[in-house]
Design a binder for this molecule. Structure first.
Ligand code: SAH
Length: 229
């Protein structure tokens, strides 16, 4: 929380307590009673107020999603923290994120891993995200405009994949770009209707295991027609 204005600093500390309380409350779904020290510190370090639109900053540390324009949202802090926790990342991890959005989650992931590749389908958001991450000094992140359904084959395989928009299937290109032993977390289900967060693991032998974590609400995973990309 270094360098944050004092009011934000206090609110950020309270938010961390709320995230921890929600981790305890959802432990029977997630299997995790708390955040690991590394994830806790990363979430505490990233200044969320820098990722919300001007005018919404008073709500930056409320444990809720916020609109960022273009019909898109910055995810709820608890969801971001919990999804990150479920991936068991370390400083050698190479990670793919689909749905850069505000780049808030990207910044948290960048704090934790060796290299992050992140794809956003709304071009102005991709551009703003790249600028924001650069201005905050993150040098281990590459942002690309495009359809994340197809993954980023040039940089595969990934140790972990995080998808923050919901669709009705696990995109097969993402499954094939996951390293054996790797993990992917994504929402599945219809937008504005029932969705569940799903954890996918590829065993070292290449088998796919998946389990439902908990009910969630995400914006839709959209598709680009090939000629637009
Ligand atoms: N991770 C973001 C959450 C953003 S909401 C955060 O921390 O704030 C989900 C984002 O996914 C939106 O910005 C949306 O435009 C984007 N998206 C939807 N479908 C996509 C696709 N097929 N490929 C890449 N991005 C996509």
């Amino acid at each position: 929380m270094t360098g944050e204005p004092e009011t934000f600093d206090r609110q950020h500390k309270r938010l961390m307590e709320e995230i921890e309380a929600e981790m305890r409350a959802t432990a029977s779904y997630t299997g995790r009673t708390s955040l690991s020290k590394r994830v806790l510190e990363a979430v505490a370090r990233v200044p969320r107020y820098r990722f919300v639109p001007d005018g919404s900053q008073a709500a930056a540390y409320v444990n809720a999603p916020l609109s960022i324009g273009h019909g898109q949202t910055i995810s709820q802090p608890y969801i971001v923290a919990m999804m990150t926790e479920m991936l068991d990342l370390d400083e050698d991890s190479i990670v793919l994120e689909v749905g850069t959005g505000s780049a808030y989650l990207a910044a948290i992931l960048a704090e934790l891993v060796k290299r992050l590749y992140t794809i956003e389908i709304v071009e102005p958001l991709a551009r703003q995200a790249a600028e924001k991450l650069k201005s905050l000094g993150y040098e281990n992140v590459e942002v690309r405009f495009g359809d994340g359904y197809n993954g980023w084959p040039e940089h595969a395989p990934f140790d972990a994949i995080m998808v923050t928009a919901t669709g009705d299937e696990i995109p097969p290109p993402l499954v094939s770009q996951l390293r054996p032993g790797g993990r992917m977390i994504l929402p599945l289900g219809r937008p504005y209707s029932f969705q569940k967060l799903v954890l996918v693991e590829k065993t070292p032998q290449g088998e796919i295991r998946q389990r439902d974590v908990l009910p969630v609400a995400f914006v839709p995973l959209r598709r680009l027609r090939d000629e637009e990309e």
